[in-house]
Design a protein around this ligand. Structure first.
Ligand code: URA
Length: 239
């Protein structure tokens, strides 16, 4: 059982105070009866709540897919920089979501946001070997020897030997290359540092896949949406 004002506030219908006003003006219905007391207790899983005649979808967790734009950081709060959370609507911020893993400030593409700590833990734990696929543009020509180096495990500047990764070349010439990189780990600046070890520079980086979940190509940079049920299932079946 939970208080009505708390349920509505948690679902993004305003502060507790605003929700009280909403109830007082007769906008809220619980199981077909006009709610009079904002402090009434109810079970949000079995009761039907309506605000201004519209049924509220109660859920504890949210799962969002964002096409992260450049220039924002993958954190929940920062007093100087814009964060991915700042890009969410208040009704989604109300769930206190956080990003699953991190993308650099200048990296774009698929970023998941959720308030489900358990799923987050599974997805970022190296134990589960979740593949992350990136599209990258490189300043130099990438070749067979680089593919081999990825397969063998690249040693980073701090001496850390990466798990084997997959490098696919989409296009390469002396002016630069377009590649796909598949890795399972998520060390700080990992893809950039892997290429630095090969004396090359990543000039553009976009994550396009997380496990079996693909970035929705219709999402513009900075846009996001909730996962569909099908996508949620895909995400739970890690590769
Ligand atoms: N690797 C990087 O270097 N940066 C990212 O944002 C993600 C992976």
């Amino acid at each position: 059982m939970e208080r009505l004002d708390k349920i509505l506030a948690n679902l993004g219908h305003g502060t507790r105070k605003e929700v009280k006003v909403l109830v007082k003006r007769g906008a809220v219905e619980v199981d077909g009866v006009l709610a009079k007391d904002p402090g009434m207790n109810l079970d949000p899983n079995s009761s039907i709540i309506k605000v201004d005649g519209e049924e509220i979808k109660y859920r504890k967790y949210i799962y969002l897919m964002m096409n992260k734009p450049p220039g924002v950081i993958s954190a929940t709060y920062d007093n100087r920089e814009e964060t991915v959370i700042d890009l969410l609507w208040p009704e989604h911020q109300a769930f206190d979501p956080f990003p699953v893993g991190r993308l650099d400030k200048d990296t774009v593409g698929l970023l998941l946001l959720t308030n489900d700590g358990e799923l987050n833990h599974k997805l970022i734990s190296p134990k589960w070997n979740v593949n992350k696929i990136y599209y990258a543009e490189i300043d130099k020509e990438v070749g067979e020897e680089d593919i081999k180096a990825f397969e063998e495990g690249i040693v980073l500047d701090d001496g850390y030997k990466c798990m084997p990764g997959k490098l696919e070349i989409k296009h390469a010439n002396i002016h630069g290359s377009e590649v796909y990189v598949t890795i399972q780990e998520g060390k700080y600046h990992q893809v950039k540092r892997m290429f630095e070890s090969l004396d090359k520079k990543v000039v553009y980086l976009k994550r396009i896949k997380f496990g079996n979940l693909e970035l929705d190509k219709t999402l513009e940079e900075g846009a996001y949406r909730e996962l569909t049920e099908e996508e949620f299932d895909i995400l739970n079946k890690f590769e």
